[in-house]
Design a protein around this ligand. Structure first.
Ligand code: DGJ
Length: 523
């Protein structure tokens, strides 16, 4: 029996172990409805294999898993696991349960049509929404039963093979169109006492939300009086986090796979709650979630923003590794990969819409995507760059994983029309010059990762740039001892294809993802 996948603290970061070895999830997520059809999935598997993914992220639909109460259908999950094994791939299952993108569209019909057992979120005006409420509701107990069943199934079907390596709990939850749930049950909870545990946690982590809190004489402090204008959002975050925590706890009791929840991010910091799903773990709500859902391993951002690095940074914390279950599949999918792995030591990178990567049209409607700012726009060149990068990173996993949690690796990518970048890295000063302006849309913006392999040896990975390297050691200069072009095979052995000297002795990457290995001496 293989070891169960696990995430562990490593240096100043985190690492993931799968089958007893370091693992970096180089993946893609299917479209939402893909896994309802095995025939459709054939194409998805073929594309994911050709993309050199090692993992596929695929939904499980509560409505199809438990179409009648207590009557479970295991077939879709069993097929997924079987097909993943045939394709030599790992799986991450996405539990589309009580909430998906702010709504409750994946709950079974017997839940949707029974409002007395499963009441809905109400707006301030008392209007019922398409989102199920957590208050005065049987939702948690019903969902726990189904989620536990799924974890029992995974343990029975996959406890030996470990094809499934993690589970996402819900999908981009929160309330759209209101700042909180105003149903009668929610109102009661909102005027009840804020858990002291939350206030203490916020004080210990120096979170500004609790700064104005003075321990009162009487012990009843409601949400509004502690958190003021942030109260609605913090209240929703706390209750969602507690709901998820309960699911995770009962799931892990059966089969303790790593579990995470994903986030619909705000577009701008000052966006109003409700324009994004309010109650989800957006950056300023992370402490509330960390306190409310301690059993959850990771809070994982879906990064579609053009400010990729800003988002990546806010989810890379002492208590959270970067894990990106969804991201763009357009030309930014490639450079962002290098930043995610090289700088933020991401445990997972996964452009959304596996079957659409490299395609300019929708797989479901056949509609052609034309807006260059649309995350859906992809092309064969994006597919090729991503596939080459995935293959290259996969073969190098032992080397890259050894850098996680250390300062031996740095990623960089082109983000604006500024074509040069200076990196201070250990004893080196590296000046990067990208070949093409970002505005030239037929090129993929340049990107790379540099690794400090050992004294005076650097590995350059990536494409579309040249690098000039100087030593910061006072009174010393660098000169090449050797410069090799080559690749790592699937056993992580280096194969030199060329020794570069004379006219070619400079770190000048190709247009497409490659590796250069440079050995210097100081004099
Ligand atoms: C984010 C959601 O989490 C996904 O399930 C999917 O709906 C994508 N958006 C579509 O871009």
């Amino acid at each position: 029996m293989n070891d169960i996948p696990r995430i562990y603290k490593n240096g100043h970061g985190f690492s993931l172990q799968v089958d007893g070895k370091p693992y970096i999830i180089l993946a893609s997520e299917t479209h939402n409805s893909a896994c309802t059809s095995r025939e459709y999935m054939r194409e998805v598997w073929a594309k994911a294999v050709a993309l050199h993914c090692n993992t596929l992220l695929a939904p499980v639909y509560w409505e199809l898993f438990e179409p009648q109460e207590n009557d479970f259908d295991f077939s879709l999950i069993q097929q997924l696991i079987k097909d993943a094994r045939t394709n030599h791939m790992k799986l991450i299952l996405l539990w589309f349960g009580g909430w998906k993108n702010g709504y409750s569209t994946y709950t079974p019909g017997w839940v949707k049509t029974n409002p007395s057992r499963f009441p809905r979120v109400q707006t301030e005006q008392g209007i019922s929404t398409r989102t199920l409420s957590m208050f005065d509701s049987s939702l948690l107990s019903a969902e726990q039963k189904a989620f536990t069943k799924m974890m029992e199934l995974l343990k029975a079907e996959d406890g030996c093979h470990k094809t499934v390596i993690a589970v996402q709990v819900e999908n981009e939850l929160g309330i759209l169109g209101a700042t909180r749930d105003f149903s009668p049950g929610a109102g009661k909870a909102f005027s009840s006492t804020v858990p002291l545990q939350l206030i203490k946690y916020l004080q210990q982590t120096h979170n500004t939300f609790a700064l104005s809190y003075d321990e009162p004489q009487n012990t009843h402090v409601d949400w509004g009086s502690v958190f003021g204008i942030k109260a609605d959002e913090i209240f929703m975050c706390w209750h969602y986090a507690q709901h998820i925590n309960s699911l995770v706890l009962c799931g892990k009791e059966i089969y303790p796979l790593p579990m995470f929840t994903n986030v619909w991010l705000k577009e701008f910091d000052d966006d109003k709650p409700g324009s994004y799903p309010c109650g989800g773990p957006v950056p300023d709500m992370l402490d509330i979630w960390k306190c409310g859902a301690p059993a959850l391993d990771i809070i994982a951002p879906d990064i579609y923003s053009f400010e990729f690095e800003k988002a990546a940074k806010s989810y890379t914390r002492y208590d959270n590794p970067l894990f990106i279950p969804e991201t763009r599949r357009d030309r930014w999918a490639v450079p962002n990969l290098y930043t995610a792995i090289g700088t933020y030591h991401a445990l997972c990178y996964s452009p959304f819409g596996a079957e659409s990567i490299g395609e300019d049209h929708s797989y479901i409607t056949q509609l052609i995507h034309t807006d260059p700012n649309d995350t859906n726009v992809s092309s064969p060149i994006i597919y090729r760059y991503l596939a080459k990068s995935y293959q290259l990173f996969q073969n190098m996993t032992p080397i890259i994983a050894a850098c996680y949690g250390t300062d031996k690796m740095k990623g960089f990518s082109q983000t604006s029309d500024n074509r040069s970048k200076r990196i201070l890295f250990g004893k080196y000063r590296i000046d990067i010059e990208f070949y093409h302006p970002v505005a030239e849309s037929r090129y993929i913006p340049g990107a790379g990762v540099v690794i400090d392999v050992r004294e005076n040896e650097l590995l350059f990975i990536g494409y579309g740039y040249r690098a000039t390297v100087e030593t910061l050691t006072v009174g010393k200069q660098l000169d090449f001892l050797s410069l090799e072009k080559g690749h790592y095979d699937s056993k992580c052995s280096w194969h030199k294809s060329m020794s570069l000297n004379g006219d070619e002795q400079c770190v000048r990457m190709e247009e497409e993802p490659t590796i250069l290995r440079a050995v210097w001496y100081e004099f």
